[in-house]
Design a binder for this molecule. Sequence first.
Ligand SMILES: N[C@@H](CCC(=O)N[C@@H](CS)C(=O)NCC(=O)O)C(=O)O
Length: 201
Amino acid sequence: MIKLYDHAVSGNCYKVRLALSQLGVAYERINVDIFKGEQNERWFAALNPNKKVPVLIDGDFTMWESNGILLYIGKKFAPNNLYSEDPKDFGAVTQWLFFGKTTIDPALARARFITRFVLKEIQKEKELEALREAGKSALQILNDHLKKHNFLAGSYSIADIGCYAYVHTAEEGEVSLSPFPAVLSWCDRIRSQPRYISMED
Ligand SMILES: N[C@@H](CCC(=O)N[C@@H](CS)C(=O)NCC(=O)O)C(=O)O
């Protein structure tokens, strides 16, 4: 059975749990207490030298990097509605997964992390403001695309799952989603997909 080294409030882990749930794949969930520094212990660094969750183990195969894991499970459990081998579909999916990792997450995930988990007294207001502004620029790009398309890469796919993880938690970083109605409707469409689970499930 697949093993997922996981943390409940990590969006990077949640996206993998959401994809596994929607694909109907059973897996074992192993909590790594990242707030106590368990990711830095030698046993975990042997699984991921970058010392971060998620890590997925499938038999003798171990991998890390959440969006890479999405691509792996999409391909492994093909055919399915979340992943396509068609070159153009695949290109569009990877485009949005990379946009998520390079543009959405560094802004929105970071703003959420600092706002929720870093003591107010040591938060740097200027840094937070810059992250929130960068997050809004990313949301504007998503909103413009989603005005014309129901999902990021044609039909619902791992691209949506990858980007949704830190978009739907944007308000935890004090970035309002109200100015981005097409993003809000997209979030609703994702929540109505079969076998959807929330981050808290
Ligand atoms: N690029 C990595 C980022 C993973 C990541 O940042 N994981 C966080 C939780 S969301 C973590 O393990 N943080 C612990 C640490 O940095 O010490 C991915 O997408 O998997």
